[in-house]
Design a protein around this ligand. Sequence first.
Ligand code: HEM
Length: 358
Amino acid sequence: MARDPYPLYRRLRDTHPLLHDEVFGAWLLSRYVDVRAALADPRLVAPPPGRSFAHLEEATHDAHRALVSPALQGRALAALKAGVDRTAYVLARRLIRLQEADLVEEFCHWLPAAAVVAALGLPPADTVRIAPWCRTGLTHLGGVPADLDLDAFLRPHLARRRAHPGGDLLSVLCTARTDGRPLSDEAVTGLVATLLGAGGEATGRALAALLANLLDHPAQLALVRARPGLADAAWAESLRRDPAVHIVLRRALAPVETSGGTIPAGATVACLVGSAGRDATRFADPDRYDVFRAAPGQLAFGAGRHRCLGVQLARLTAGSGLRALLEALPVLRWAPGFRPAPEGLLTRSPAAVRVRLR
Ligand code: HEM
């Protein structure tokens, strides 16, 4: 199943659109319409246990979203672009002299981490120290890690921002007041952990999937090279076909009707985002990767009040990364004999993207 979930997804969509999986301990939703409705349904909430952003009590959650979101869009986002472009350029130029490279190891692990480090306002040089936190254990939506190293790393940064706030996101979090009180160090660290996990893990995985899709379709790769304006469409189509977050879990506060029946109150629900993107009733020839597909949809970022806050930062990061790689590397094709092997069930992407560069 973890190796290739798509045949099972197809069977589920066709014959069991709502199925209780004993092993997983959850009700599986696989059709596009049901997954979209479930993600946006206020009766389906983040499942316990967890202390992540998504688990915050409703008013606190909304307040924290309002704090974070301005830093990840509009003018604040535009101000990050030059730095992300520069990092992408430096990372891509390091590959020029190599004959072969693994783009996950050399590129996808680093660029998204650098982008979130910049968004937070942490020193760029600390990306090397921070990147491993992005990919080990800080699963995007899984919760705040009990990571003492991250606490220790952030403590002096938090103290400095509390004493001398600047214009960065970390300063915003350190000076914010919710319910008349400042956020505790623990709360700020929790938010930072969610952002690092999201920016690092999810974007890194989605970038790896984008590169794999383009390498698998050299004609479309050539088109994107010739027409950089297609990069956004290539990204959206890759997120549809191979989303980084394959499954979003919810818990039902009340009974919820779906195409296949009724989800009972108290049940855990697995929204199979990876299956929704391959639903033939929504997407013609859904297994095909096609940068010209009209309206690939955006369930890869969720929906409703938990919809991803990093949609635009992720797109900016992927766009910068792709542009830098294509400019630096006139030759880009699979290394001989290499086939990518997507890994993971909740989050999923190729573990390696091994390419020949000459
Ligand atoms: C391609 C990259 C990314 C993907 C595929 C992705 C996907 C998702 C998904 C599926 C959700 C859950 C939505 C739901 O429960 O309905 C989510 C939530 C979230 N994402 Fe992302 N994400 C990505 C990048 C980012 C980035 C770069 C950031 C910020 C640096 C970010 C921050 C968040 C936050 C804070 C939430 C929680 C929102 C809430 O609960 O209100 N994500 N993301």
